[in-house]
Design a protein around this ligand. Structure first.
Ligand code: DGL
Length: 266
């Protein structure tokens, strides 16, 4: 047993889509969330910069005494998970292995679409992970860099989001995909808009649930789950820029009142 919190990190709001699943799958755990809102988006940045930002986020979470970390960001997972695991001793997981697993058991015709940031798509991390599970699966991938600022602006369910999604996704639809990996943790916030464009025959794959299950397995195996108590778990939120916009989108998405968001310099 270990009552220290779990650390969850993203470049901004996107990690909330993973946080929500972690809250469902390990409802007893204390959690510290960090969104690097001052430096979002990570997508267009170099591998070196993303490694630097990720290490800073991890150091911050370690200063909050976390027992394990979820990198709830595909870009940071693709660019920095391996390096983070080489540097730090505590369990650190990302979202891409979980997303690849979910995609491999979702597809029937073995043609899978993957959308993500420039960094994630350029890294080919999904192609590599999916090929490890089933090399026959064909991947059609596409970077959708405008999706992140649209979500961060709170415009996920607007005509701007819809037009942008149509422009990006039309080309994938001609390739016969039967499933589409939302390979950026911001994208589940656009699920309705993306779903309307791709139609009900294309299954949307969100890596978040499988990531939360991976985390639970690690906590169980390492025997570091929080002990069962009457006390509700504590959730703390930190951002690296002004917290107001983060607060309103987070409350709407998590359906929870969030009264304690702190702005920090890391
Ligand atoms: N939400 C992140 C991801 O999953 C990063 C978006 C960004 O900062 O560009 O890739």
């Amino acid at each position: 047993m270990n009552n220290r919190p779990i650390g969850v990190f993203d470049s901004g709001l996107g990690g909330l889509t993973v946080l929500k699943e972690i809250m469902k799958i390990t409802p007893n755990e204390n959690i510290v969330y960090f969104g690097d809102t001052a430096r979002v988006p990570y997508g267009p940045r170099s591998k070196e910069t993303i490694i630097k930002y990720t290490f800073q986020a991890i150091d911050f979470l370690i200063s909050k005494n976390v027992k394990a970390i979820v990198i709830a960001c595909n870009t940071a997972t693709a660019r920095a998970l391996k390096e983070a695991n080489e540097k730090y001793d505590l369990p650190i997981i990302g979202v891409i292995e979980a997303g690849a697993k979910t995609a491999a058991y979702t597809t029937k015709n073995k043609i899978v679409g993957v959308i993500g940031t420039d960094g994630t798509i350029r890294s080919k991390a999904y192609n590599i992970e999916i090929a490890k599970i089933d090399p026959e699966i064909k991947i059609v991938d596409k970077a959708c860099p405008l999706f992140v600022p649209i979500v961060e602006e709170g415009w996920a369910n607007t005509d701007i989001a819809s037009l942008t999604a149509r422009r990006y996704l039309e080309e994938l639809m001609d390739k016969g995909i039967d499933s589409l990996v939302l390979g950026c943790t911001h994208y589940p916030l656009l699920k309705r808009t993306i779903g309307e464009i791709v139609g009900e025959n294309v299954k949307l794959v969100n890596p978040a649930r499988e990531t939360a299950k991976d985390l639970k397995r690690i906590l169980e195996n390492d025997n570091i789950l929080r002990e069962e108590t009457e006390e509700d778990p504590k959730y703390e939120y930190y951002v690296s820029d002004i917290p107001e916009k983060f607060a309103s989108i987070a409350e709407e998405f998590l359906k929870k009142e969030i009264d304690d968001i702190k702005s920090v310099k890391i």
